[in-house]
Design a protein around this ligand. Structure first.
Ligand code: PAD
Ligand code: ZN
Ligand code: ZN
Length: 378
């Protein structure tokens, strides 16, 4: 086991700090403390820009401030704390925004993945022990969903990191840390899309395109993309959509259009935007007797949604999942192996690669609808 010269020491490095909501990221020099017991310090090599990070900037997703965001990344282990057994310095790894402790009732349940040790539902913005490893200008800076990858170095708990194939290209497989796995898993193992079925995907961003890839891999015969930005249609078709529609092109509500187009409703629908109205549209467009609708988009925090229960009474199923339902520490190395075996590709999803310092440009590209995924490299 090689020991790096920085092991056990505080590392000074660059990070993008978000001091308060609705402000640009500020590139700062920060201090990253060494990992404590059962913790891992990682040198981040590449990190993607996901809408969930932007939801924190906009205020849609609550987490303590100031904060270092970023959760879709890949890197190399710099050093490990006492008692860490599943990774060692030099290993290529992907941080896991949904941990897998292996011990809680969720981890022990065969079908579920949202580990009780997650820092997403009631975020403390800290390590599992409640403390923080980042400081900047003398102030503690919070962690974000156990990952904080908008930093040259980050510290994560051992339950929040997976070792991957040393040959994997980190600037691509970083997408397996969120967008790819979330989208693909929502199709193949949350909805369990069937061969010959018809699917509708609302929202053709990075995650929505990976839902389409999953529907196609599962053998769906018809995959209808839905987006208000028609510039997204070409990519959607490239990855497997058989047709794309823009709700603004119709007078009728889009669920009625879809119900007519499919002679009664789709088999599977996916909401990959994060809006109440589209969650209802997606539910309504799936078949009244056997349709399955999956919520993937992160909804506006602390608000309720009105729905007519009759939609469910006739036989629809409404579900949701974080991280595509995958048990993260088990699944991520396998998904990377599948990528290396060319079972799926990630190039179509990556529209921009920028140096880390241009992080604000990466977010502007997302907000203006010009990018699918921007990868920031260090
Ligand atoms: P994105 O912004 O790249 O894609 C969203 C797409 O929705 C864009 O193409 C928009 O044009 C489109 N859109 C916006 N409004 C509408 C509308 N009213 N009708 C139709 N289309 C519309 O985001 P993304 O792909 O990175 O993420 C999508 C959502 O998924 C977002 O809410 C994000 O927070 C969530 C997410 N969830 C998980 C999870 O684990 N459940 C993981 C990652 C992302
Ligand atoms: Zn994400
Ligand atoms: Zn657990």
């Amino acid at each position: 086991m090689s020991t790096s010269s920085t092991a056990g020491k505080v590392i000074k490095c660059k990070a993008a700090v978000l001091w308060e909501p609705k402000k640009p990221f500020s590139i700062e020099e920060i201090e990253v403390a060494p990992p404590k017991a059962k913790e891992v310090r990682i040198k981040i090599v590449a990190t993607g820009v996901c809408r969930s990070d932007d939801h924190v900037v906009s205020g849609q997703l609550a987490t303590p401030f100031p904060v270092i965001l970023g959760h879709e990344a890949a890197g190399i282990v710099e050093s490990i704390g006492e008692g860490v057994t599943t990774v060692k310095p030099g290993d290529k790894v992907i941080p896991l925004f949904t941990p897998q402790c292996g011990k809680c009732e969720v981890c022990r349940h065969p079908e579920s993945n949202f580990c009780m040790k997650n820092d997403l539902i009631l975020p403390r913005g800290s390590m599992q022990d409640g403390s923080i490893r980042f400081t900047c200008r003398g102030k503690p800076i919070h962690h974000f969903i156990s990952t904080s990858t908008f930093s040259e170095y980050t510290v994560v708990d051992e339950i929040s990191v997976a070792k991957i194939d040393p040959a994997a290209p980190l600037e691509k497989v970083c997408l397996i840390g969120c967008g790819f796995s979330t989208g693909y898993g929502s199709a193949v193992q949350v909805a369990k899309v069937t061969k010959g079925s018809t699917c509708a995907v609302f929202g053709l961003g990075g995650v929505g395109l990976c839902v389409i890839m999953g529907c196609k891999a599962a053998g769906a015969a018809r995959i209808i993309g839905v987006d208000i930005n028609k510039d997204k249609f070409a990519k959607a078709k490239e990855v497997g959509a058989t047709e794309c529609i823009n709700p603004q092109d119709f007078k009728k509500p889009i669920h009625e259009v879809l119900t007519e187009m499919t002679g009664g409703g789709v088999d599977f629908s996916f909401e990959v935007i994060g809006r109440h109205d589209t969650m209802i549209s997606a539910l309504s467009c799936c078949h009244g007797a056997y349709g399955v609708s999956v919520i993937i988009g992160v909804p506006p925090g602390a608000t309720n949604l009105e729905m007519n229960p009759m939609l469910l009474l006739t036989g629809r199923t409404w579900k949701g999942a974080i991280f595509g339902g995958y048990k993260s520490k088990d699944a991520v190395p396998k998904l990377v192996a599948d990528f290396m075996a060319k079972k799926f590709q990630l190039d179509s999803i990556i529209t921009h690669v920028l140096p880390f310092e241009k992080i604000n440009e990466g977010f502007d590209l997302l907000r203006s609808g010009k990018s699918i995924r921007t990868i920031l490299t260090f």
